[in-house]
Design a protein around this ligand. Structure first.
Ligand code: SAM
Ligand code: SF4
Ligand code: FES
Length: 342
């Protein structure tokens, strides 16, 4: 197993069968090696992103997500431009230099409204980066938002296997369009993030290998990996959550495949396991994304059950995550946290 891990770290070609051996393995050396590679590039610094969940309305109906339009139990809200700017104001003070605007696909926010929000954040906080995570948009809309000042875009591909994609989404959603959007975003100039859930219903180890190969080809700056966690008001209410070790091994393998990748230890990972984010960092992750959304709306942005941090203020999360990182020998830094060139 060690030889295989070294082979991956040396950027040698790994076969599908070798990935299939590595993914579920119980080998501490995989995480040790991933950490070593991360330390070489990013030291013990952990980048922080402020997540602003600005709308819980969504026109889509992804089978796995608590915000899907058919979930009539979900409470919906939208933040105004002023509320979003207030989150940035508080966030800047807490040391955030990246703001991630995330939401359901909500047509209330037209290109004009979004461009105005982006422009205003960018003019007020010139030393900050803006990431958008607002689903699939047209090439022209994405270009307008890029020109308004958004530099990064996070659009998880969800699964690179087209048949699997079609099994976890309704027929109107297309895996081809999802992938095309990612290539369009790169073409426009965005630093792009893709990603997927580990353990989504019907996912096999072969599908995860498809994901790894797709990521290699797309060559994104960031990859968001977290466990699938069921939501009680979705068609997948009775499905099992993703496996912790498989999430951690996927993170470690990605770190070895692309040493300078930005890899968050996600909130879903922290929900699956109380020390999930620490374990993620110890397996090679180098980003955390504490919640900056106003406390009164947090309980309404429920993608899955038992989501952590829904009762906390931004300052509490920053202090909590800072301590958690220090306990494992790492340090949160005040930085935009760009992907370094190697
Ligand atoms: N609407 C945008 C989109 O779909 O790209 C951005 C927001 S969406 C809630 C962000 C991510 O949440 C999705 O890409 C998906 O991978 C993740 N997600 C949704 N439901 C989930 C669940 N039940 N468990 C874990 N992650 C989930
Ligand atoms: Fe909407 Fe995104 Fe949830 Fe799909 S994953 S239902 S697009 S918020
Ligand atoms: Fe939110 Fe710990 S990170 S309370």
């Amino acid at each position: 197993m060690k030889e295989l891990i070294d082979k991956l770290a040396e950027n040698k070609i790994i076969s599908r069968d070798e990935f299939k051996v590595l993914l579920p393995c119980d080998e501490v050396y995989l995480h040790e090696k991933a950490r070593e590679v991360r330390h070489k590039i990013y030291g013990h610094q952990i980048f922080m992103r402020g997540l602003i969940e600005f709308t819980s309305y969504c026109k889509n109906n992804c089978y796995y997500c608590g915000l899907r339009r058919d979930n009539t139990n979900a409470e919906r809200y939208r933040l105004s431009k002023e509320q979003i700017l207030d989150c940035c104001y508080k966030g800047y003070d807490l040391g955030f230099r990246t703001f991630v605007l995330q939401g359901g696909e909500d047509n209330y926010y037209t290109d004009d409204i979004l461009a105005e929000i982006v422009r205003e954040i960018k003019t007020t906080y010139q030393d900050c980066a803006i990431t958008l995570s607002i689903g699939e948009k047209s090439y022209d809309s994405c270009r307008r938002l890029y020109e308004a000042g958004a530099e990064r875009y996070l659009l998880r591909h969800e699964t690179a296997n087209d048949a699997h994609y079609s099994s976890i989404h309704p027929p109107e959603m297309s895996p081809i369009n999802r992938k095309k959007c990612l290539y369009d975003l790169k073409k426009i100039g965005y630093q792009v993030g893709c990603g997927f859930m580990v353990g989504s219903p019907g996912q096999s180890i072969d599908h995860i290998v498809d994901d790894l190969l797709f990521i290699k080809e797309l060559d994104p700056a960031m990859v968001g990996i977290g466990p699938f966690i069921p939501h009680s008001s979705t068609p997948y209410a009775r499905e099992k959550p993703g496996d912790l070790r498989l999430v951690l091994n996927t993170l470690a393998i990605l770190r070895l495949m692309k040493p300078n990748l930005l890899l968050p230890a996600t909130t879903a990972l922290g929900t699956l396991d109380r020390n999930g984010r620490e374990s993620g960092v110890l397996a090679g992750a180098n980003v955390v994304m504490p919640n900056l959304s106003p406390a009164q709306v947090r309980k309404k942005y429920l993608l899955y059950d038992n989501k952590i941090c829904t009762g906390d203020q931004a300052a509490e999360c920053v202090a909590c995550i800072g301590k958690r990182m220090e306990r494992i020998g790492n340090k949160i830094v005040v930085s935009r946290g760009d992907c370094v060139a190697i």
